[in-house]
Design a protein around this ligand. Structure first.
Ligand SMILES: Nc1ncnc2c1ncn2[C@@H]1O[C@H](COP(=O)(O)OP(=O)(O)OP(=O)(O)O)[C@@H](O)[C@H]1O
Ligand SMILES: [Mg+2]
Length: 221
């Protein structure tokens, strides 16, 4: 399959959405065809799941139910949006993907990683990102960024220790599974983070022998 599939990961407030937007803008101005998606979301079912899991006054959701809700949203997104875009050789930039399940429902909620890996394999149909950028920020800094924003109600329902576990799992995934992951220091300014990510993506696109790679190499000289 052609195209290029990039996912952004990191704890709440790390700067994922900020960087997805910056990267998409930069790639588009280089003439590339970019599709951005967010999880959960991007499909009718996915947006419905988003409303359920992000409602701070929701009835309590059991961890296995939470894992299945995110997985259901992911199954729809892969089948209806991501795979069709990759077939058309587009660059897909995802604001969270399967690794979020391993970090949040695995390390955060304590579900067994092997079960979550199996669930992910089913709903992604084996699709794995070409590159996963983990934006790493200390928990205190990420929480401070979110104070006073829409996300803060939901955040305050969880202990900082929850996010410490999530952060550590992301870093251990990167250490264990090597080449797919790049860890970026998210404490730098948004522009510095964006420059670092762009360099990584450019390298990834060049390595993946698609027309996209050729075009970005040419356009950036
Ligand atoms: N490098 C940065 N330095 C300082 N503040 C930042 C940086 N990047 C983003 N922010 C700010 O931090 C807040 C969270 O950023 P953003 O929404 O991009 O994070 P996120 O990882 O998408 O969070 P969530 O998981 O909750 O969606 C925003 O107010 C954003 O403007
Ligand atoms: Mg976000």
């Amino acid at each position: 399959m052609g195209g290029f599939f990039l996912s952004f990961e990191g704890i709440d407030g790390a700067g994922k959405t900020t960087q997805v937007e910056k990267l998409a803008q930069r790639l588009r101005s280089a003439g590339l065809n970019v599709v951005t998606v967010r999880e959960p979301g991007g499909t009718i079912l996915g947006e419905a799941v988003r409303n359920i899991v992000q409602d701070p006054v929701r009835t309590e959701i059991e961890p296995p139910a939470e894992a299945c809700l995110y997985a259901a949203a992911r199954a729809q997104l892969v089948a209806q949006v991501i795979l069709p875009a990759l077939k058309e050789d587009k660059i897909v930039v995802a604001d969270r993907f399967a690794d979020s399940t391993v970090a949040y429902q695995g390390a955060g909620r304590g579900l067994p990683e092997e079960l979550l890996n199996a669930l992910n394999a089913m709903v992604t149909r084996g699709l794995v990102p070409d590159l996963t950028v983990i934006i790493d920020v200390p928990v205190e800094e990420a929480l401070a960024r979110l104070r006073g924003t829409r996300s803060s109600d939901r955040m305050e329902m969880l202990e900082p220790a929850f996010f410490e576990r999530v952060r550590e799992r992301y870093l251990s995934l990167a250490a264990r599974s090597g080449s797919r992951f790049a860890v970026v220091d998210g404490t730098k300014s948004p522009e510095e983070v964006a420059d670092q990510i762009f360099a990584l993506v450019r390298k990834g696109l060049v390595n993946c022998t698609t027309t996209s790679g050729d075009r970005i190499t040419q356009s950036r000289g």
